[in-house]
Design a protein around this ligand. Structure first.
Ligand code: URP
Ligand code: ZN
Length: 452
C-alpha cells in the first residue's frame, strides 16, 4: 500500500487539499486526512499538485517514414514521457498499403510491449481502405482501439475523399471516433515542386508550400464530409486561425468537433524558418509553425474552451543524422519534432496565470481520457481508477536543454526555454516511474484497452 500525503489533489469535483492511497495499481481511498498504516510507503506532496497522470494522445514512436525511422522508439519515447509527467500515450499504429489493421496493431503492440515506461494505447491510422479493412473496424473496437485517423496529406498515407466519406460512415455506425490530419496533400506537392524549381531548396520553403489556406480547406472538406456522415470527429494538430474558423463554423452548424493543438503551435512561430543555414530544419513539421497572430488565436481558443486537448505530435528526428537527409532538398527533410517530455511543463508555464488547475487537468489528462474512452480508469483520481498519478511541483524553475533530456534526439525546439513547474513524482500503475525529471526503475507500462 502507498500513500500520497498533503498535496492539492485535482479531483473531478475540483482541487482540494487531501491524501490519496493506492494499492495493487489502483487508487483505493481519497480523503481529507489519511493516517499512514504500518509498513506503508508514504510520499510527501506538500506544496505540490497531484494530478491524474497526464495523457499525450498524439505520438509517433518507432515510426517508419519513406526516408528513415523516428529517433525515439517506445523505450526512449515513453521514458521521456514519464520523466515529463505523462503516464499514458496514444500512439498511431499505421496500416501499410496492402496490409491489414490487425497486422498494424500487432506490429505496434510488439514494438511497445516490455519496453514502455508509460502505459500506451493505439489509434489506428487507416491508409488502405477496402472491404476487408471495413470489416476490421468492429474487431479493432473489440480489441480496445476506439479512435482512428486518416491523412489528407502524404502520398503514401492519404485516403481519397470518397474513401473518407465511407470511413466516416463506417466509424459513425461503429461508435468510433475519426481523427484527421487536415492538409491538402496534392496542392502541397504542387507548391513544393514550384518552390524547388525556383531554387528555394532550404527549410524556409517548407512553410511556404504548406500555407494555412491548405489546412483550412482540408478542415472544411473533412468537416462537411463528417456532417454528411453525422459523425463526431477530431481535428488533430490544429495550427492556424483559418483552420480554427472552420472548426467554429462546423460547430455553429451543430456538429460535434473536437480540436487538438500542440505546444509548438502555442509557443513557437514561423520566424524560426528565417534562421541562417539549415537550422530551420529542426522545425520542419506538418502543419508548419504559423505566424504570431495564429499562435495568439490558438492561445485564446484554449482559454475559451475551444480546444479539447493539447497533445504533442511527438515525431522526433535527429538534426545531425536524420534532418540532414533533406540538406539539398527541403522536401526530403523528415517531418516532425520532439516534445513528448516537455508538454506538461510547456503548458503549465504558458498558462500558469490564466488557467485553473481544473482546466489544466482537463487539457492534459481528464479531457483526453474522456475523448479517448479511458475515463474514469484514467484521467481521474477516484477510488477504483488506475494509480497513474503525476505529483507536480509548480514552483520548480528549470531550463529545457537537449543535453539533459531523455528524448533520444540531438536537439529540442525549446532549447534554453525557462520552465516553471516539474513532475516531482510520477506513478504508473502504482509504481514510481520517475522522480524530478529522471527515470526510476524498469519499464512497467501496459497496453490500455479503450472503451471497456
Ligand atoms: O510533421 C509531423 N507532424 N509528422 C508526423 C506525422 C503527422 O503529420 O502527424
Ligand atoms: Zn501526428
Amino acid at each position: 500500500m502507498s500513500l500520497i500525503k498533503n498535496g492539492i489533489l485535482v479531483l473531478p469535483e475540483g482541487a482540494k487539499k487531501a491524501d490519496l492511497r493506492f494499492e495493487k495499481g489502483k487508487i483505493t481511498e481519497v480523503e481529507e486526512h489519511l493516517e499512514a498504516l504500518e509498513g506503508e510507503d508514504v510520499y510527501e506532496a506538500k506544496d505540490c499538485v497531484v494530478f491524474p497522470g497526464f495523457i499525450d494522445a498524439h505520438t509517433h514512436l518507432q515510426m517508419d517514414t519513406e526516408l528513415c525511422q523516428t529517433a525515439d522508439d517506445f523505450e526512449s519515447g515513453t521514458r521521456a514521457a514519464v520523466c515529463g509527467g505523462t503516464t499514458t500515450i496514444v500512439d498511431f499504429a499505421t496500416q501499410d498499403k496492402g496490409g491489414t489493421l490487425k497486422q498494424a496493431l500487432q506490429t505496434w503492440k510488439n514494438r511497445a510491449r516490455g519496453v514502455s515506461y508509460s502505459n500506451y494505447a493505439f489509434h489506428m491510422a487507416i491508409c488502405d481502405w477496402n472491404e476487408e479493412t471495413k470489416k476490421e473496424i468492429a474487431e479493432m473496437k473489440e480489441k480496445g482501439v476506439t479512435s482512428f485517423k486518416v491523412y489528407m496529406a502524404y502520398e503514401n498515407l492519404r485516403v481519397q475523399d470518397e474513401e473518407l466519406l465511407d470511413i466516416l460512415n463506417t466509424l459513425q455506425e461503429e461508435g468510433c471516433l475519426c481523427g484527421c490530419h487536415c492538409e491538402n496533400g496534392p496542392v502541397i506537392s504542387l507548391l513544393q515542386e514550384q518552390e524547388f524549381a525556383k531554387g528555394n531548396t532550404g527549410p524556409g520553403a517548407h512553410p511556404v508550400s504548406r500555407p494555412a489556406q491548405l489546412e483550412a480547406e482540408a478542415v472544411n472538406r473533412f468537416l462537411y464530409l463528417a456532417q454528411l456522415a453525422k459523425a463526431p470527429v477530431y481535428v488533430v494538430h490544429l495550427s492556424s486561425r483559418l483552420g480554427l474558423a472552420e472548426v467554429r463554423a462546423a460547430r455553429d452548424r451543430g456538429q460535434t468537433v473536437y480540436a487538438e493543438t500542440c505546444p509548438q503551435y502555442l509557443w513557437l512561430d514561423d520566424s524560426v524558418y528565417d534562421q541562417d543555414g539549415f537550422e530551420g530544419a529542426k522545425y520542419v513539421m506538418s502543419p508548419p509553425l504559423r505566424s504570431r497572430e495564429d499562435v495568439n488565436a490558438l492561445k485564446e481558443a484554449v482559454l475559451h474552451d475551444e480546444i479539447q486537448q493539447i497533445a504533442t505530435d511527438h515525431c522526433s528526428f535527429s538534426y545531425h543524422t536524420q534532418k540532414v537527409i533533406g540538406k539539398e532538398d527541403f522536401r526530403k527533410i523528415p517531418n516532425g519534432a520532439p516534445g513528448i517530455e516537455h508538454r506538461p511543463a510547456l503548458i503549465m508555464t504558458l498558462f500558469e496565470k490564466e488557467l485553473s488547475l481544473e482546466k489544466l487537468n482537463e487539457l492534459l489528462s481528464a479531457g483526453p481520457a474522456k475523448l479517448m474512452q479511458m475515463y474514469p480508469g484514467k484521467g481521474a483520481l477516484l477510488p477504483g481508477s488506475d494509480a497513474d498519478i503525476t505529483v507536480w511541483n509548480p514552483n520548480r524553475i528549470w531550463t529545457i536543454t537537449a543535453k539533459n533530456q531523455q528524448q533520444n534526439v540531438d536537439y529540442t525546439p525549446y532549447e534554453g526555454f525557462e520552465m516553471k513547474g516539474q513532475a516531482a513524482m510520477v506513478f504508473i500503475n502504482g509504481r514510481l516511474a520517475a522522480k524530478d525529471g529522471s527515470p526510476v526503475g524498469v519499464p512497467g507500462g501496459i497496453f490500455v484497452e479503450r472503451g471497456k
